[in-house]
Design a binder for this molecule. Structure first.
Ligand code: SF4
Ligand code: SF4
Ligand SMILES: [Zn+2]
Length: 282
């Protein structure tokens, strides 16, 4: 679902004050989302953002056995490129190695093997990786790995494992996660000098009748240059600290909806663990 959609309000969690956080979906597709979180605070939204970056497990290539490499790149460079290819992740079927019953020996529950066998001339793409698990595949089949010239060969096995973004960026599910408070722009007593319109880099102010209107408050960067430009103090820009515009993208290991659900579940688990610990202290 793309475009601006303002009818999908949902209520999904209680905050500490006992009020419900309301979620309005402005944009949601497989790769990214824009949400408006109401009746919340910056601490909650920032926790969600940080969990998306560092605590949602993904599967990424963690070890590479190279059997033949006559390409122009060193083995280490190829391993680095492979590690940064996002893989579609299914954590229902896999354990983090530290939590697996094999005690980090490596088993079918904590690792998956992908093989690559290619000979030039050709460009080797992520789709050339053959996985033993059809659910664990490169999120984008057309990520170039290397160009092999005539007669050059690359033959390897890559071992992918679940991990967390806080340990290495290759396991970072959320990218470009950020938020800002909802801008609130009030205009009273405007004398239509248009100075604020010229000053606004986002071009969201426009004349209408005998005043100025805001055509897209989401785009406001809260820079307040319009206030500075106004000699009669007719425009006032404030932030609604209980409402956040929250944007995030995924690296492809999850859809945006899956990533959000994973992050909220992890945040809820952490909050419950903290609550349990505090109750033992009473
Ligand atoms: S605060 Fe900045 S971005 Fe927002 S309306 Fe004023 S000039 Fe434009
Ligand atoms: S700068 Fe002030 S007076 Fe001039 S158009 Fe903007 S709000 Fe109106
Ligand atoms: Zn295992």
């Amino acid at each position: 679902m793309t475009g601006r959609v303002h009818d999908a309000a949902d209520v999904f969690e209680k905050n500490g004050a006992g009020t419900m956080i309301e979620v309005e979906i402005v944009e949601l597709n497989d790769e990214k989302a824009k949400l408006i979180l109401k009746s919340t605070n910056n601490a909650f939204v920032n926790s969600l953002r940080r969990i998306m970056l560092s605590e949602v497990p993904t599967i990424a290539i963690d070890e590479v056995n190279i059997y033949d490499n006559t390409s122009v790149l060193f083995d280490e460079q190829i391993a680095l490129r492979l590690a940064l290819i996002p893989l579609k992740t299914d954590m229902e079927s896999y354990n983090l190695p530290d939590e697996c019953s094999c005690n980090r020996e490596g088993c079918t529950l904590c690792q998956v093997s992908l093989t690559l066998s290619a000979e030039g001339p050709k460009i080797v793409y992520s789709e050339d990786l053959i996985s033993t698990d059809p659910k664990i595949l490169p999120a984008d089949p057309k990520i170039p790995i290397i160009e092999l010239k005539d007669g050059q060969k690359l033959f390897l096995e890559a071992i992918a494992r679940p991990g967390l973004g806080k340990n290495h960026a290759k396991w970072q599910a959320g990218v470009a996660c950020g938020y800002k408070n909802m801008p609130m722009i009030a205009i009273t007593g405007c004398d239509q000098c248009n100075a604020c319109i010229t000053e606004c880099s986002q071009k969201i102010l426009k004349p209408q009748g005998n005043t100025i209107v805001v055509i897209d408050p989401f785009k406001c960067t809260l820079c307040r240059l319009c206030e500075d430009a106004c000699d009669v103090n007719a425009i006032k820009v404030e932030e609604d600290e209980k409402t956040a515009i929250f944007n995030f993208e995924t690296d492809g290991s999850y859809t945006a909806q899956e990533l959000l659900l994973q992050a909220t579940n992890i945040l809820q688990r952490k909050a419950n663990a903290l609550k349990d610990t505090l109750q033992t202290l009473q």
